[in-house]
Write a protein that binds this ligand. Structure first.
Ligand code: APR
Length: 248
C-alpha cells in the first residue's frame, strides 16, 4: 500500500485541477450509515417505498416519520472526519478545486471546502411545497407530522428524491468540472446511481487520471479507474496528505 500511496501522492501534488466525486462512504466514519452494503440504510428500508418522490407526495407524514427523522438524527450529530478534513486541506494547498458530492450531510462545507456541488441536494434546508418558503431543517417544528409552513403548505427537504431530476445547474457544473480536471478522486461511492456515476467516465474520456478510494471494488474499478486504493477513506486520505506535505 505504501508505494501506491506514495505514487498517488506524487500524482496529486503535481496535478493542477483535481476534482473529487464523493459518496456516502466518506461519511461512514462520521457515523452516517451508507445506503448499500453492510449497515446500509436501504438494507433496512426500501428506497422505492420511502425515498421516491411519488411516495412522498402520497404520504408525506410517513416519509417524514420513517426516513427524514432518521436522517435528521444522524446528520445533526455528524461532524467531518479526517477524510473530509483531508479534502479541505487539498483545497487549501491549491490542489483540489471542486467536490461533486452525492451526500446531503453538508460535511464537506463544514470541513472548509468552498466549491461543493451538492449533486443530490442537501438536507440542511426544507422548502414549503406551497409557497417555496425555505427554513433550515434544524428550525423545523417537529411537533406536527408532516411539518407545515405558516401558509399551511408541507415542508420537504431540499434533497433530490428518487424519481426527481438533478438540478440542471448542478449537472452542467459537474460535467464541466469532470471534463476539465486532470485527476478525479472518486471516494466512497458504489457508483450505482446515475448520472452521478457517469462523472468519472466523462473525466476519463477527457484524459483525467481516475483514482478510486473505497473499502471495496465498484463497477468503475475495472474499466474506468486507473487504480483503486482499497481502505477506509479517513485513513487513506490521511496518509496521502502526509506524503503530499513531505513533497512540498
Ligand atoms: N471508506 C471508504 N469507502 C467506504 C467506507 C469507508 N469507511 N464505508 C463504505 N464505503 C464504500 C462502500 O464500499 C460503497 O462503495 O462507500 C460506498 C457507499 O455506497 P452507497 O451506500 O451506495 O452510497 P453512494 O454511492 O453515495 O450512493 C449513491 O444512492 O441512494 C442514493 O441518493 C443516494 O446519494 C446516494 C446515491
Amino acid at each position: 500500500m505504501d508505494s501506491l500511496i506514495t505514487s498517488v501522492a506524487r500524482d496529486l501534488a503535481a496535478a493542477s485541477r483535481v476534482v473529487a466525486l464523493t459518496g456516502a462512504g466518506i461519511s461512514v466514519e462520521s457515523g452516517i450509515p451508507p445506503f448499500r452494503g453492510k449497515g446500509g440504510l436501504w438494507e433496512k428500508i426500501d428506497p422505492m417505498e420511502y425515498a421516491h418522490i411519488d411516495a412522498f407526495m402520497k404520504d408525506p407524514a410517513k416519509i417524514w416519520q420513517v426516513l427524514i427523522l432518521e436522517m435528521k438524527n444522524v446528520v445533526d450529530k455528524a461532524r467531518p472526519n479526517s477524510a473530509h478534513q483531508g479534502l479541505a486541506r487539498l483545497e487549501t494547498l491549491g490542489i483540489l478545486k471542486t467536490i461533486i458530492t452525492q451526500n446531503v450531510d453538508g460535511l464537506h462545507q463544514m470541513a472548509g471546502n468552498t466549491d461543493v456541488i451538492e449533486f443530490h441536494g442537501n438536507f440542511a434546508w426544507q422548502r414549503c411545497m406551497q409557497c417555496d418558503h425555505r427554513l433550515e431543517t434544524r428550525h423545523i417544528d417537529l411537533a406536527q407530522m408532516p411539518p407545515r409552513c405558516e401558509c399551511g403548505g408541507i415542508f420537504r427537504p431540499e434533497c433530490v428524491f428518487f424519481g426527481e431530476m438533478i438540478s440542471p445547474d448542478h449537472l452542467n457544473r459537474s460535467r464541466q468540472a469532470a471534463s476539465s480536471c486532470d485527476v478525479m478522486l472518486v471516494v466512497g461511492t458504489s457508483a450505482l446511481v446515475q448520472p452521478a456515476a457517469f462523472m468519472p467516465v466523462i473525466a476519463k474520456r477527457s484524459g483525467a487520471r481516475i483514482i478510486e478510494i473505497n473499502s471495496e471494488r465498484t463497477p468503475l474499478t475495472r474499466d474506468v479507474s486507473d487504480l483503486l486504493i482499497m481502505g477506509k477513506a479517513g485513513e487513506v486520505i490521511n496518509r496521502l496528505l502526509t506524503e503530499i506535505e513531505k513533497l512540498r
